[in-house]
Design a protein around this ligand. Sequence first.
Ligand code: ADP
Ligand code: MG
Length: 720
Amino acid sequence: MAHLRFEALSKLSERTKVQVELPSTKISEFFGEDAFGMKQMLGSLAPAVFKKVSEAIKNHQKIDAETADAVASAAKSWAMGKGATHFTHWFQPLTGGTAEKHDSFFDPISGIEKFKGSELVQQEPDASSFPSGGIRSTFEARGYTAWDPTSSMFIYGKTLCIPTVFVSYTGETLDTKSPLLKALKAVDNAATKVCQFFDKDINTVVASLGCEQEYFVVDRDLYMARPDLVMTGRTVFGHSPARGQQLDDHYFGAIPTRVYKFMKDFEIECWKLGIPLRTRHNEVAPSQFEVAPLFEEVNAANDHNQMLMDVMNRVSERHNLQVLFHEKPFAGLNGSGKHNNWSLITNTGVNLFAPASSAKDNLLFLTFFVTAIKAVHEYSDLLRASIATAGNDFRLGANEAPPAIMSVFIGTQMNAVLDELEKKGNVKIQKGDNMYMKLGIDQIPEIILDATDRNRTSPFAFTGNKFEFRAVGSSDNSATPMTALNLIMADQLVDFHAAVTKEIEKGTEKRLAIVNVLRKYIKESKAIRFEGDGYSEEWVKEAEKRGLSNIKNMPRAIEAYLSKKSIDLFERHNIFNKIEVEARNEIKLEAYIKKVQIEGRIIGDLAINHIVPTAISYQNKLIINANGLKGLGIDNSGVIATIKEISSHIDSIKENVNKMTEARKKANKIEEMDKRALAYCDDIKEKYFDKIRDSVDKLELLVDDEDWPLVKYRELLFLR
Ligand code: ADP
Ligand code: MG
């Protein structure tokens, strides 16, 4: 296989740069030209119809048949005007990624192009091939997709894509979008009710999301010469390069030209689709980069992130590059995350996580700030579960990645404010007193967004006017963590509202009632606040003392979904019933098992069929050399030592691959999905992956570079 590596390497010198031109010097002239959202509807629908659509969207209501027909007709004209011939319902199944089934506008019976409102609103893809965790027996293996009017339609290629939810005929949700929409509605309702304590003009609260997407880029031919990358998205072997990220020079360095062209190209595609991309830069590891959009309403932002990943995948091919979204493509280097920047914004334009200049407004800020911390404390295990994936297991707690322990970082200033409030809460407040001053919260400085005060090691950090959920993995669909986060916030806000109302009914003045509940929350959630180094060993010990969980792997982490507390929470807010939660966990575990299984097979195959034969043939060369030296009477003990060393690695690889195969056979016999997943985790992945890798990586250092079959880390990471 070594020839594959050298063929790929030789192609690098022939690479020509793909030229990328902006369609116009002004992005505003083409931004969103391939999207059909509110703006385009306003322009193409009769005013009365538009009013109906926008009200239905705002109030989360169904759209009637007549209105749907009008929208379909307008969307069809618009799409055909842009050369589209097909339409598809675009949805996000539980397998991850997105799915679509294309239908032609052309109707062979009437001989003309048609698109009915009913086709816009609902479609019936064959659901039997999508995972449902046994919800549907095969004879009723049918589900439907339903239009989500809150997210813009868009044209991709020659197809009009319609964002939809995916539901089974018996009503269970089969995707990641439907629970998200429900959680967003729950947080809107709960937050609005709490806001009404402060301002009666607030009637809607929208959750917003800005995803910072990290990724690696490697040359496509080098990628193709690594079967492990192609099959699993990560390298299962590979010795660290002599120069890794120790120098920290990549972060601020210039973006390599080929990658820069690729970025420009996918940015243009994204801008056309109305994805508000804003920043691009290098990341910590070599060949690692980040792209971030301007934040949007959560549902739209998440759809856009899914589209972005898809666009990046397709565009990277044009540049002979391959984008890697895996959380840990390279051992020993920084992993990739998808930081979920999150806040709540009112219809009056107030960001509820932004400190204000007046004391009165700051009580509103503190209410949401403290309630968010309390929610994370209350449901930290659920939040941990929401980011659990096979890929993220390699990242959490490793190089430059937040630990698996959930904690909240709020910065020195906000810590001081909360401590003060907790301490001073008991003061007696008389009429005419400046309550805010007496409580020590009369002045909360509008936090200066100071980069030095940012703790990169926290999985959940307050960054001045938003929370940043950093534990989310780079390949994940943010709908899952965003469902959890908005839901626990909604629940805590309901609790807050009830507690304050109770105090008020006892005769406590409203503001004081609010402060009393906040003080209680501050005390109860103290354990979750952590300002120190989240990467340190001390924190692991300290967290244990505080009673915080440190759940290291996915099969164990997602158990939190099944606790009575979680199921009650889901049912209380109509997100999932117990059957749906159980089914979803089954699907996740099955996917986990398959992933580990594939990795195990690839490790075995590469090790036995590529690495061991290479090592043996190199060893044979050494044996000839050793004999030659001996014949000449020259000391050959050095060569003999190397031969022995190679032998011991070969033996170790063979032994461990055999044992791993046996462990897989044993695991496959386990009936219960959760126990089988644990066996795959503990008895296969944890026990053998690193052991086998260790020997292979040692051999990489011993064997002649000319013979080595796998593209090396330094080649993947530094050659472009
Ligand atoms: P960094 O965290 O790298 O310093 P920024 O603070 O500029 O970068 O923002 C990162 C992401 O957070 C961007 O996508 C940005 O739009 C988003 N963001 C900024 N403010 C908010 C907010 N109020 N709600 C949600 N996301 C936000
Ligand atoms: Mg950030």
